[in-house]
Design a protein. Sequence first.
Length: 475
Amino acid sequence: MPVSEGDNAGIWAQAALICGTTEPAVKLLLSIFLGYPLAFLFRAKIYGKSITLQHLYFASCGIALCYFNYGFDVVHSLGSVFAVYLLLRFQGGTRLSVAVAYIYFMGYLLIGYYMTATDDYDITWTMPHCVLTLRVIGLVVDVYDGKKAKDELSPSQKEVALSAVPSFLEVAGFIYFFGGFMAGPQFPMKRYLKFTEGSLTPSKERLPNSVQSGLIRGATSVGYLGLYLIANQYFPIDYLFTQDFKSRSLIMRHVLLGCCGKLLFCKYIVCWMLAEGSCTIIGITYNDKDVNGHEQWDACANVHLLQFEKSTQFTEVIQSFNILTNKWVANYIYKRLKFFGNKQVSQAITLIFLALWHGLHFGYYLCFALEFGVMKFESDVGKILASKPRVASFLNDPIVKPVKLVLLRIYIIIFLSYCMIPLSIVNRTKANEVFIDVYYSGHILYFGWLVAYPLGKCVLRLTKRNSTKEPTKNE
């Protein structure tokens, strides 16, 4: 007996209920899981075969997954494939192409956000499209860099610059590469081309020895998924709106906020590591050999799990979480703003771009404004401690240091979660409700520091200047 559309809807609804999430989220997760059988099929039947066949395989799989999730909204990504190819075909390597890429593809994404926006965090066609947007902009810029003289390029630009405009099939296969289309990871066209040509890994003749590494990443992701499903029964994000949360002490509310926020990060880790696992099995994550001659398969790692889980500074969090997006932004935005001659201006513009890339909700801009405040706070406090050798020596005492690290870890979990609230609870009224319950502690700490620290330095400077003046003698 055939399964009706209503029965299918019921299946997704039941799966969403079991997982404690939404139907689109279940479909997205299943699509990322499907990367594993697709990866093994590629290894068994297509690896090392015709390059055209490889491009067709990646493109068709990506289009099918997109249609499975978003139906006829697949036209948005298809349109972008044609648009970027035509742009490269007729204007590739020019400044105009770069300007058009940033304006058109970011503009298209923002219009998509506007058209699909609700008061909740929704999974629509704009989710893979935001990944696609960075991918196509990076592609256009890489072709532009490829037309420059090599001595004009930085080492990182030389690694990814393209000397020729890719074919339509190469563009389609790259954009729809199923291991990274739905939720990342980001990687440049040059890596994709090297992989399909067989020059990325040490041997074109033998299959990449990457299955074990890929399955380990996938198994770790499944472990995090299990922890999330269990813990989410006790600390779902909606718990922050319950009377039980509101009745706790201020310190306990901060601790519980940290617990709920920690689960939000688990969702990202699950998706990224799961996608990375299928990419690794295929072999596109090859990253040369280590000092002992062992092959490394971590070129597309979007999270350094151990570093992230033991980080005691926000700088360490940024270095270990959403690595490839941060790397993309560093290469294609931040480092190209050197002409300002001011790191903080470049950082502010970069964060504004990231906020726009995430969407139009006010919470995204607040999240990255908090990040700016956090980084300034951490940098300033670090400089203050570095200028106080006795304090630094005390904090690094063998007895004191473990206590310091535990307290810093708790601080990171709580205030990282605090900063994530407006990113995950996009409804401004609801996010405000949580902030009120913890007395806007993060706002006061980080935004207050941006004002208080410069004023404090100014007052100290004036005090020192007055104290060094000699008193006027009465004649």
